[in-house]
Design a protein around this ligand. Structure first.
Ligand SMILES: Cc1cc2nc3c(=O)[nH]c(=O)nc-3n(C[C@H](O)[C@H](O)[C@H](O)COP(=O)(O)OP(=O)(O)OC[C@H]3O[C@@H](n4cnc5c(N)ncnc54)[C@H](O)[C@@H]3O)c2cc1C
Length: 488
């Protein structure tokens, strides 16, 4: 029997808002909404935050020069880039301003660089500069020697998208939001042209506003409200991940000149010292929204594309391949703001650069909703959130001090990334209930051996800390237990 939550009286202090989806967009929107009085719920069908599109992408904080002026993606990409470092600082999320080069590998590609620079300058992208081939080879000795020119974009950065989603959700909860994971939105009640309630597989919430931040399912959530949207195509991007690569390969993000279809195959440093090659851009039928398998052809295409930019990539350092799905809107732009149904707002159609745009969209959308509902600012709001300690990043004296306070920080569980038992226990204390939840919060199992030596320890710690049998601990969602029973 579903629980029914009654709305408090509508008005300034009593408004109830449900955000559907705890990806990077929904989590940041919920955080921004907690700047105002009212009740904010985040409803996420997965067992954890940030497991949709947010979990598998290039993690680039784009500058904006790829976007068409006049679009929402251009406006919010540039605005998002400008605030990204501050948001990451407040939430203690990794961010690096690496800059990026768009490489022209043939004379005919120079004109594209000019066009991108023109677009970027029109949008207010700072610091763009055209470099000749000699200068590029001097700065980047490993790139294809046939490079004839490059566009240098110093404002491009890299981040950890799922960490941003987790941090934003934690900060939202610290400011009073209620997070429901493992709960699926199944229906919306619309009456008199206004959204009145959100139905889930577990409860019904009376609402004054709903934010559709459901990623690849956003068109389905819109349909529940009776809204017709242009439709979403899952566009698969396949990647190879390398670790232990020379620092010279990790200087900056490398792009080829883009095509009409995509930004092309990139070489991207990751914030934890790895290197990503990809993504491909294959449009799948609209029904295939979980098709995150990789393909032989896709990975070969990604590798060959990356080798065009950097011919001597150390392919022996590949430790993982994976794929993500972009929610590609048929009209090519984000769907943002209030719809024809009063109180039903969208932060959807979040194709790339949705990650970059997310902090700016969240700030803007929360402001719109607060104005529409007449919400007063919440004086107690704090934008700050502390990250989990990361022992491997600490100077020895600080690590020793941590061990003195809690000896579990002296016991290494993941040897590749030097993640300690203390960090894993802390991640579980913050809500991780699955092996992947621990992995994505701590990077345990993310290193060279990809969990070969630590997954059983993580499993045992999850079982111990949450009072479950190991057989009951899932890797991801229900039905994904790693062990089925004892052999002796
Ligand atoms: C291959 C690839 C490369 C990319 N590269 C970049 C990049 O470098 N830079 C950049 O800026 N952007 C990039 N993007 C885009 C970026 O990743 C997305 O725009 C962003 O992650 C979208 O976040 P989201 O919160 O909207 O969606 P999601 O992360 O998918 O979150 C939506 C959530 O809604 C939940 N949900 C769905 N239906 C329901 C329901 N019925 N009830 C409850 N919950 C529900 C889902 O489980 C999911 O967790 C890339 C995307 C891909 C796939």
């Amino acid at each position: 029997m579903a629980r029914k939550h009654k709305t408090k009286a509508n008005g300034v202090a009593g408004a109830s808002i449900v955000v559907v989806g705890a990806g990077v967009v929904g989590s940041l929107v919920a955080r921004e909404l907690t700047r105002y009085e009212g009740e904010v719920r985040i409803v996420e069908r997965e067992p954890d935050v940030g497991w949709g599109v947010t979990k598998a992408n290039s993690a680039i904080v784009h500058a904006g020069f790829h976007e068409r002026p006049g679009t929402c993606s251009a406006r919010f990409c540039v605005e998002g880039n400008a605030v990204f470092a501050d948001v990451c600082r407040d939430l203690e999320v990794p961010f690096g301003r690496t800059g990026a080069y768009v490489l022209a590998l043939a004379e005919g590609e120079r004109a594209v660089l000019e066009e991108l620079r023109g677009r970027g300058e029109e949008l207010g992208v700072p610091g763009l500069a055209l470099l000749d081939g000699g200068e590029v080879r001097k700065r980047l000795p490993d790139v294809n020697p046939e490079v004839v020119a490059a566009l240098w974009a110093p404002s491009v950065g890299i981040t950890e998208p799922w960490a941003l989603a987790v941090a934003a959700a934690e900060n939202a909860v610290a400011n009073g939001a209620i997070l429901h994971v493992g709960e699926e939105v199944t229906g919306l009640t619309v009456h008199g042209g206004r959204v009145r309630a959100v139905r889930t597989d577990q409860a019904t919430y009376d609402v004054d506003a709903v934010v559709n931040a459901a990623g690849l399912a956003a068109d389905r959530i819109a349909a529940l409200a009776g809204i017709t949207v242009p439709g979403l195509t899952p566009r698969r991007g396949e990647y190879l991940l390398l670790v232990d690569v020379p620092p010279s390969l990790r200087e900056a993000v490398l792009f080829p000149v883009p095509t009409a279809h995509s930004k092309g195959i990139l070489v991207v440093p990751t914030v934890d010292g790895g290197l990503l090659l990809g993504p491909t851009a294959a449009d799948l039928p609209p029904t295939q929204r979980e098709a995150t398998e990789t393909t032989v052809e896709g990975l070969a295409f990604a590798l060959n594309g990356a080798r065009r930019l950097v011919p001597d990539l150390p392919v022996g350092k590949v430790v993982k391949v994976f794929a993500g799905l972009r929610p590609e809107p048929a009209d090519g732009d984000f769907w943002l703001g209030e719809t024809d149904i009063r109180g039903f707002y969208q932060a959807a159609g979040m194709r790339s650069p949705g990650l970059t745009a997310a902090p700016a969209i969240a700030r803007w959308l929360a402001g719109e909703i607060a104005a529409d509902l007449g919400l007063a600012p919440r004086p107690s709001f704090s934008p700050l959130r502390l990250a989990l300690p990361r022992a491997a990043d600490l100077p020895p004296a600080e690590w020793n001090a941590l061990i003195a306070r809690d000896p579990r920080y002296g016991r290494i569980v993941c040897r590749c990334n030097r993640v300690t038992e203390g960090e894993i226990a802390a991640a579980i204390g913050r809500g991780a209930r699955t092996v992947d939840g621990v992995k994505f919060r701590t990077r345990a199992g993310f290193g060279r051996c990809q969990g070969g030596t630590c997954t059983d320890r993580i499993l045992a710690l999850l079982a111990r800390e949450t009072g479950r049998d190991p057989e009951e601990v899932p890797v991801q969602g229900p039905g994904s237990a790693l062990v089925v029973g004892r052999v002796r």
